[in-house]
Design a protein around this ligand. Structure first.
Ligand code: NAD
Ligand code: IPM
Ligand code: MN
Length: 347
């Protein structure tokens, strides 16, 4: 059976705590008698901990930001690997902790597809004490490739609704006007079965909170709007701690046996310095990111679905971390999901 090498980047703050629980699931899959693949884990330092290890001391803290700070590791990795598609699925969990009324969020299920390699994050920058700028620009080719990914995801979703809701500020920004035009042209021409809705990004935020099921399908947005909309989506399950993400440089694997698709997988949340080291971080975002890796890189749909089911069973049994108003620790949550996964694989 094939052995896949996985680079494991715990990063800073709660990163190593949640990553340990996520990667431990891969051992459950690797060692199961019915397993069709093995995973070799290669841990590496990344971000602030790597700056500390190689430059010495936490002197970067609060001093260097952007490409020169701890965030630079993530930003550069996205750029050098050209993982232009950042898939950030969001789903309402009945066993969750949403501050929104149940009848409003029940059934909400969408993927925020964030363009991951362009816009003001990567445009030329100027920074002086009296003036600063970030160029917010997009090329037609960058919009075409992400529009194709959006249509592909809409078509491959289980839901009967094949809708892409594209969010922009075409009423103000020139880059958004190109965005809207190219999204419309590309999807209309190449994927006529897909319904396209254009929505201004500012009003999309209220709509997402008032009528989240309107967005079921794929929400397509550029780097900046996608960053904001994907964190906002955390209100639907009630915590950022459960949201996973996939960063891909091409269309995902469709089935087992397809060539593995390179990508990287991380929770949407950050290093959460306010709760780091306490053993209370929610590992579900990281665990569900492993499910996305199994599905999108390796075409291991059954294993991915088993991980997702194990999470739902564990939450359904009443176990929650503190962000979901529970008392279960990071490690216990990881153990419980692993036990549930083991049982599912044994069946
Ligand atoms: P954050 O996502 O780290 O935290 C926001 C809030 O959500 C905090 O209150 C935190 O405690 C809570 N939270 C996040 N993840 C959680 C989890 N798994 N379990 C329970 N609670 C959780 O965002 P921030 O505070 O704005 O940023 C902190 C640092 O993380 C910054 O340096 C930022 O640049 C970085 N960051 C990195 C990434 C990445 O590498 N992909 C993503 C986002 C933020
Ligand atoms: C995210 C984060 C990153 C981003 C930062 C840490 C560079 O907020 O992954 O959403 O802005 O993309
Ligand atoms: Mn973000």
């Amino acid at each position: 059976k094939p052995e896949f090498s996985i680079l494991v980047i715990g990063g800073d703050g709660i990163g190593p705590e949640v990553t340990a629980e996520a990667t431990a699931l891969l051992d459950v899959i690797s060692t199961h008698p019915k397993s069709r693949a093995a995973f070799k884990l290669l841990p590496r330092l990344f971000g602030g901990c790597s700056i500390d290890a190689h430059v010495g001391g936490p002197k970067w803290d609060g001093m260097r930001r952007g490409f020169e700070g701890p965030e630079g590791a993530t930003l550069r990795l996205r750029d050098v690997t050209q993982v232009y598609a950042n898939l950030r699925p969001c789903e309402y969990f009945a066993a969750g902790n949403s501050p929104l009324r149940d009848e409003l969020v029940r059934g909400a299920k969408f993927i925020v597809l964030r363009e991951n390699c362009g816009g003001p994050f990567y445009g030329p920058k100027e920074e002086t004490p009296d003036y600063a700028s970030d160029l917010w620009s997009y090329k037609r080719s960058e919009i075409e490739r992400i529009a194709r990914m959006a249509a592909h995801l809409a078509l491959s979703s289980a839901s009967p609704k094949k809708t892409v809701t594209s969010c922009d500020k075409a009423n103000v920004l020139a880059s958004s006007r190109l965005w809207r035009k190219v999204v419309q042209e590309t999807i209309e021409k190449e994927f006529p079965e897909v319904e396209i809705v254009h929505q201004l990004a500012d009003s999309a935020t209220t709509l997402m909170m008032m009528r989240p099921t309107l967005f079921n399908g794929v929400i397509l947005a550029d780097n900046t709007f996608g960053d904001i909309l994907s964190d906002l989506a955390g209100v639907i399950p009630g915590t950022l701690g459960v949201l996973p993400s996939a960063c891909l440089a091409g269309i995902p694997a469709q089935k087992w046996g397809d060539n593995p698709v390179k990508g990287f997988y991380e929770p949407v949340h950050g290093s959460a310095p306010d709760i780091a080291g306490k053993g209370i971080a929610n590992p579900i975002g990281a665990i569900l990111s492993v499910a996305l890796m199994l599905r999108y890189s390796f075409g291991m749909e059954e294993e991915a679905a088993a991980v997702e089911k194990a999470v739902n069973l564990t939450l359904g049994a009443g176990f929650r971390t503190k962000d979901m108003r529970g008392t279960t620790s990071t490690k216990d949550m990881g153990n419980l999901v692993r036990e549930a996964l083991q049982q599912l694989l044994d069946q």
